[in-house]
Write a protein that binds this ligand. Structure first.
Ligand SMILES: Nc1ncnc2c1ncn2[C@@H]1O[C@H](COP(=O)(O)OP(=O)(O)OP(=O)(O)O)[C@@H](O)[C@H]1O
Length: 371
């Protein structure tokens, strides 16, 4: 991620002007962490001392959101609040893993990682594939959900892990809202939708409570998502990664035996620049880049059939050729794909012709022995 120094400073000044209930400034005392500005997308963490303070600070968080959104050059703002636990270890919103609304939480996710030598992989899983993107909003979650469903429709045992901690979207896309159960307080039972076994960090935190962890807590959460979830026997586990090249990506690449990574990009130059950065991270960490996928390549007007290339055309294919990685799919931008995702039934789970490119992508990965 690139920080734009000027905007970065302006944001800090804005935050300094927002008061907390005790009269101190939001920007004082190192409460603002991990502030990044990337192509107009602002992300940062507000670190509260405990859950009570976090609740009391929600007004300041809302003010910060509105004030930064109003700044020139800012496209979107993603703020998350962390809270320390009573023991002083950072603990996120209590994990509701009891299965019943209102039941006391029995699992704590986002704990510190347990020491681990080298890379590991849950024993029943044959292949783990990271679905990544350099930039947010290019459709990585849409591709992950549809590819998972398409693989399942072709008889593969598929798992889908939503690791997009900043904006978990798989519960919505796969139409799953139930909280995962944990009968023994240790193992987390995954959920099932459209033939896919799935788990999302979003199902472990309370609705609307945007909580995230710092580096070590993220590592702990990822370790738990992989190690404590009863995935069972899977041919392939797809991991929907957060955008960019942050802590989750690093942890996964360093601590998990990944078969490889699929990188999703739109044909826009800005997306491609970030995709290139993502690819180079995987290469440095010796994770094979299995291929590039172009999303939102063509827009077909549902009324007249006219084809338009809203984000350019062919850029990802050219990039794949330049970088010597396979170009795997060109996925159209279509209203029905978006609506299907919002309604919890991925387009690949339907008989729509728009699902065909995802089925073809799945076929290709199966034929290549990757999934
Ligand atoms: N091919 C497509 N056709 C139509 N809409 C799409 C397509 N791909 C993605 N979208 C829509 O674009 C939005 C962003 O997509 P998605 O959430 O999959 O992106 P993302 O890269 O995972 O984003 P983030 O990194 O911010 O989570 C969603 O509303 C989704 O429905």
């Amino acid at each position: 991620m690139t920080n734009m120094p000027a905007l970065h400073d302006t944001i800090m000044t804005v935050l300094d002007g927002i008061a907390l209930p005790d009269g101190t400034s939001l920007a004082s005392g190192e409460r603002i962490r991990a502030l990044t500005v990337d192509a107009g997308v602002v992300r940062f963490v507000i670190e509260a001392p405990d859950a009570t303070a976090a609740r009391a600070w929600s007004g300041a968080q809302a003010k910060a959101q509105a004030a930064i959104e109003a700044l020139e050059g800012v496209g979107s703002v993603s703020i998350v609040m962390t809270a320390h636990g009573p023991t002083g270890s950072a603990s996120p919103a209590p994990a509701q893993a009891g299965g019943q609304a209102g039941e006391p939480p029995s699992l704590k996710i986002g704990r510190h990682p347990t020491p681990q030598q080298g890379k590991s992989k849950p024993s029943g899983i044959k292949s783990i594939i990271a679905v990544a993107s350099g930039k947010g909003g290019v459709g990585k979650s849409t591709v992950s959900a549809n590819l998972a469903v398409a693989l399942a429709r072709q008889g593969r045992k598929v798992g889908l892990l939503d690791a997009d901690i900043y904006g978990p979207s798989q519960p919505r896309m796969m139409g799953v809202t139930k909280r995962p159960a944990s009968p023994d307080g240790e193992t987390i039972e995954p959920l099932h939708a459209h033939g896919v076994t799935m788990m999302s960090i979003g199902l472990m935190i309370k609705d609307g409570e945007a909580v995230v962890w710092r580096g070590p807590m993220l590592m702990g959460a990822m370790q738990q998502m992989l190690g404590q979830v009863a995935w069972g026997e899977l041919d392939v586990l797809l991991i929907d990664m957060p955008p960019g090249t942050g802590d989750v990506q690093l942890t996964l690449c360093q601590k998990t035996e990944l078969t490889g990574a699929l990188v999703v990009s739109t044909p826009q130059d800005v997306a491609l620049i970030d995709a290139r950065r993502g690819i180079s991270m995987f290469e440095k960490l010796k994770v094979p880049v299995l291929g590039l996928i172009e999303n939102m390549s063509t827009y077909v007007c549902p009324s007249c059939g006219h084809e338009a290339h809203l984000f350019g055309h062919g850029g990802v294919k050219d990039e794949a050729e330049k970088m010597g990685v396979p170009f795997l799919a060109q996925l159209p931008l279509a209203l029905d794909t978006r609506v299907a995702g919002d309604e919890g039934v991925p387009i690949a789970a339907t008989d729509s012709p728009l699902g065909v490119p995802y089925m073809q992508l799945a076929e290709r990965l199966i034929a290549g022995g990757i999934a």
